[in-house]
Design a protein. Sequence first.
Length: 545
Amino acid sequence: MFMDRHLSYRGGYVWNYLPDLSVTWGEMAAKRTMCWVQPPGTPSVGHSMLDAYHATGDEAFYRAAERTALALVHAQLPGGGWNYIHDFAGEASLRQWYDTIGANGWRLEEFQHYYGNATFDDGGTASAAQLILRVYLERRNLRLKAALDRAIRFVLRAQFSGGVADGGWPQRFPAFHGSVRRMPWPDVLPSWLPADVQHGMEDGEYTQHLTFNDDVLGENIKFLLMCVTTLGRRDLVRPVVRAFECLRRLQQPGPQAGWGLQHLARSVNGRPAGAPAGARSYEPRALATHTTQTNVRQLFHYFRLTGDRAYLQRVPEAIAWLESCPLTGEQIEENPLLAGRTHPTFVELGTNRARFVHRFGSNVRNGAYYFDHDHTATLSHYSAGRAIDLAGLKATYAELSAMTPTDIADMRARSPLSKGAPIPLPRFFSIRDLEPTDLFREAPLQLPAVTDAEATALVAGLGTKDHWLTPVDSITNPYRGPGPATPYDGKAYMSKHVGDIFDTSPYDPRTPPGEPPYEPRERPLVIGSATFIANMAKLIAYVAR
């Protein structure tokens, strides 16, 4: 129980730790007093602990899972949701982090300002709420019940009501009226910058737009379905169906029958509610191919949950649009960052041309993001291309379309939306990402095959230290103060995860920018939450087989 006793802070976790705990990281450098709610942070480790309890019956794992759930109760905001991070040292300490490390993370715009509200981004609120639900169901701890009730009320209160956005969710809630509406655009621009580039947050403050980014609808729906099936909360069925209808409603007209990362929840500057919207300054107003693929898969789930063929009706249009806008061979050949990708991330409205994002400068004060049609020198931290499985989408559509009325009736009878006795949650959450079909009545328990040799090697890897060490994916520059506003005319940071030494964004130490004082170096060994979860998942599957 090294993770619980020695690594956690009051039951909360970040992502990575140097073995001496002198430096810790979430998505950015973190204080020792912090916990990270974003996966693979606190809720993810808690799920792993509860899974280990289910596999072994060892009370130590249950106590660790409960302690982590109670850490999330402490981190829960008064309104019922969660921010990306929590600082047990108090709000003054958290604000100081935002004013220093957060403010200078050039590519992490969501951390550059402290809004004090909760987020649905990256599954933060949903993953925390799901863990609290799971641990509550074990022994009905009343502290967890109160937090669970607050979380349910928060998800319902944040759901848009009325109009084209009805049933969807914003990225953050409640609205923060001092939120940023436009990122700075330097007065002095690089000599090489084309004159016709576009830039900025094209539709203003994006956190109140309806969001599909990171499958917000899917994660919130999954949480509400869990509450329907385990708590008997039939009042939550209607909000779930409203979310289904929102996603279906916001599919754009043909021939560009896809979805964007964000859509306007109300009319903005003459653009109608429901139109695709820009978000962060490196997320231009466009359709998004990966979001469209995710939403098509969601429509498949909605059909499975309801048996309503209406959810399949426009899937062929979405597939046809994806077929119309692949990356060209030339684009892939001329940009190494597009290797293994089939489609551009962003596709321009109307023209159906790929929209590519770039940046200039060296830090958040003298640099900025912009977009055009040039497929070279794209961002490394936000992929310009995506791997879209058109064959898989077509095959699933054909399979579901061929279902007979008898097949559909059987499927509906097992759906968590159907009335009946409570449906227990799956025993394991950390072994793989759960789909809505895993919540069906009598859903099969699918465990990966783990050999004796693999399990033995994992145990041996612990040695006498009781934890696994792994090379960390990224490190950060220490906070040195605000970066210089002096214009930078070079291109060394265009396709790198980090800018100059004042940038606090994470980066791979093996491939730093080609500017002094950066030099390539090996990744340090860390104790990683993601490694713990992955290795424990194999051991859990081995024990539970």
